[in-house]
Design a binder for this molecule. Sequence first.
Ligand SMILES: Nc1nc2c(ncn2[C@@H]2O[C@H](COP(=O)(O)OP(=O)(O)OP(=O)(O)O)[C@@H](O)[C@H]2O)c(=O)[nH]1
Ligand SMILES: [Mg+2]
Length: 350
Amino acid sequence: MQEYLLYIIIALVVVVGLIIWLILNKRNRKEEVISTGKIDKKEKTKQVSLQQKLTKTKSGFLGQIAELLKLSGKVDEELLEELEEALIKADVGVTTSCDIIDKLRDKIKEDKITDTQIIQSTLIKIIKDMMLSDYAGKQPGIFVNDTKPFVILFTGVNGVGKTTTIGKLAKRYVDAGKSVLMVAADTFRAAAIDQLAIWAERAGAEISRQDQGSDPSSVVFDGLKKALSRKIDIVLIDTAGRQHTKINLMNELNKIDRTIKKVIPDAPHESLLVVDATTGQNALTQAEIFDKATNLSGIVLTKLDGTAKGGIVIGIKHQLDVPVKLIGVGETNADLRDFSADEFLRAIFD
Ligand SMILES: Nc1nc2c(ncn2[C@@H]2O[C@H](COP(=O)(O)OP(=O)(O)OP(=O)(O)O)[C@@H](O)[C@H]2O)c(=O)[nH]1
Ligand SMILES: [Mg+2]
């Protein structure tokens, strides 16, 4: 009888162990992610350092601050106002710049700082701490989990780099062994559909398209149905560039978003606003309005190589609570990079 009981206990232990193993395994699988940065190691080693790509911002931003501190002999309210102005000019954003300078003011009082050199290092530390805390717990880049299809919607004003970003991302995902379907929901111009088709061919991705002038929501509906039936891994939806001030165009975007949810209720899994870093503060207004139409999950900041005002990177998450996920620092595939606050801060300040 006792022996019989022992067998039952052993069987129970085995069953419970098996259940625990299954739960843990499932959880681990859910967390399996692809970082765009990890995809093409060969390409990554060829990359020019971010510091080199951001030289304009580095010299513009730091140069301005250093110059101000050199010219100013003493630490006073006037210097703080000038520093705040320099931050605003570098596109850090008014609210964020005020927050930074308020913290600096407090620190000056607390530590009784009178040396302008110490002001510079204190200011940089405040910016670093702020940004690292804004991005705490956020992994760099876009993380594609095992949801199938994983749908990414790209929006933004005209000419910011939406289609180019989709092309570069598609290449990385295809290289990582994923099946990718591009949806040509920019039906405004025939050339836009052709441009996406060229990117699809280059990347080895599929494309779902209709004629110019078709309803973009209908293109999205068909594209997602196709992706579901073909068990596609990743869907990248291109949309027409639109000014955030045009209400009818923003409503059209909202309709696209609703259509996506009709086919796949928890999609889009990423809703990315592509922003041209050279447009400065206008980016914050754009993000606010696009967020209302498509509930943004992140920002792709392109053309950071072409601006001396990379301060937008510091302000955008702080002010809008939408993180930068990718940055564009040039025209090649390797120039689309996962955004890491830590790496950005090192490139600018070290
Ligand atoms: N220097 C630089 N150029 C970029 C970057 N990203 C995109 N571009 C260029 O920006 C231009 C516009 O890119 P598109 O991808 O066509 O922009 P779009 O947002 O799709 O434009 P529309 O569909 O017309 O609204 C192209 O010449 C790209 O090569 C970047 O990170 N750095
Ligand atoms: Mg385009």
